[in-house]
Design a protein around this ligand. Structure first.
Ligand code: HPA
Ligand code: ZN
Length: 344
């Protein structure tokens, strides 16, 4: 009999809440530092950049790692390593956040003097994406992520860029908001979300990660179609009911929440409760290099910690495709394939 990890590996899965920059492991960071740097980083030096004490510290560490992505070559290698990692776990499709808001914030001067900087970075990401599809059979879509605690103008620039680039690059499927919800909610972005939807972009949003259920309501009210984290929804039975009736896709990230200290333990995470209540739950890794768990690990932990059976893990995999931004026919084809996986 195969182990649960082997079984999870062959289960077709989609990952819907994954930050490209958060997939960069310390060894990959060392590799990146050797691309044209005078003094490459040691592994120990790289590892120190991943240290954080709490959620605020995590956001800072994340930004520091993004600083190491100096240009197109770094982004291409980071995306390729990410794709190899996804293929190794049996992830067939991923919808990946790119922290475009951080790119612009980190290099305002360089950005002004070189208007091709972002297009060049994006072309490099596309090379990696196409190679991943060709050589690994993994498909990717991109979500342009803005930082909610930067300015609304900065988010506008990120979302309008996604809208402008979409016709040339249909792989850009949506936009999202990350960052610190304790500083800025969703309401200030209402008009921008409406504009993005009108441009054909799909809308995701981090909501209720460090804040209460009112932040989740606010995210729904501005039109967010998919919600990240949604940790605090259980505090509001009416909200739970709404999420249930509307079957709003939830991008849960249990290990992330424990590691950033916003949830006391995996046992305390609402994954099981939401699933049993019939919510549209998906499992995701968020920033696996920072939190020490891939999405395949999240499925294994759901089995070990929350007692998810193989049939229930299959349901989670099915939900991951159902909740994706793929065309209906592609969703159904993946769901049919999951149906033929043995071992319920
Ligand atoms: N939450 C907020 N901001 C982030 C995250 C997250 O999970 N990952 C990267 N930036
Ligand atoms: Zn996230």
């Amino acid at each position: 009999m195969e182990t649960i990890s082997e079984w999870i590996r062959q289960l077709p899965k989609a990952e819907l809440h994954l930050h490209l920059e958060g997939t960069i492991t310390p060894p990959t960071l060392v590799e990146l530092s050797m691309l044209g740097n005078a003094r490459p980083m040691t592994l120990t030096e790289a590892q120190t950049l991943y240290a954080y004490e709490d959620f605020t510290g995590f956001l800072q560490a994340f930004k520091t790692v993004v600083t190491e992505l100096r240009g197109p070559a770094e982004y291409e290698l980071a995306a390729w390593r990410m794709l190899q990692g996804l293929a190794a776990q049996g992830v067939c499709h991923a919808e990946v956040y790119i922290s475009v808001g951080v790119i612009f914030r980190l290099r305002p001067e360089e950005d002004k003097s070189n208007p091709d900087l972002f297009p060049d970075i994006f072309a490099a990401l596309e090379r990696a994406r196409l190679r991943g599809e060709r050589e690994l059979g993994v498909t990717l879509s991109w979500i342009f992520d803005a930082v909610r605690h930067f300015t609304v103008e900065e988010a506008a620039r990120v979302f309008r860029l996604a809208a402008a680039m979409r016709s040339a690059y249909p792989s850009i499927v949506g936009i999202g908001l990350g960052g610190d919800e304790r500083k800025t909610g969703s309401e200030p972005f209402r008009a921008l979300y409406e504009e993005a939807a009108a441009a054909g972009l799909r809308l995701t949003n981090h909501a209720g990660e460090t804040t209460g259920p009112e932040a989740i309501r606010e995210a729904l009210e501005i039109g967010s179609e998919r919600l990240g984290h949604v940790l605090s929804a259980g505090d509001d039975p009416m909200l739970l009911q709404e999420l249930l009736l509307r079957q709003v896709p939830l991008e849960l990230n249990p290990s992330s929440n424990v590691k950033t200290g916003v949830c006391p333990s995996l046992e305390a995470h609402p994954l099981r409760r939401y699933f049993d209540a019939g919510l549209m739950v998906t499992l995701n890794s968020d920033d696996p290099a920072f939190f020490g768990a891939t999405v395949a690990d999240e499925y294994r932990l759901a089995h070990e910690v929350h007692g998810f059976s193989r049939a229930e893990l299959r349901q989670l995999a099915e939900n991951s495709f159902r909740s994706s931004f793929l065309p209906e026919a592609e969703k159904q084809a993946w769901i049919d394939r999951i149906g033929s996986v043995a071992g319920a």
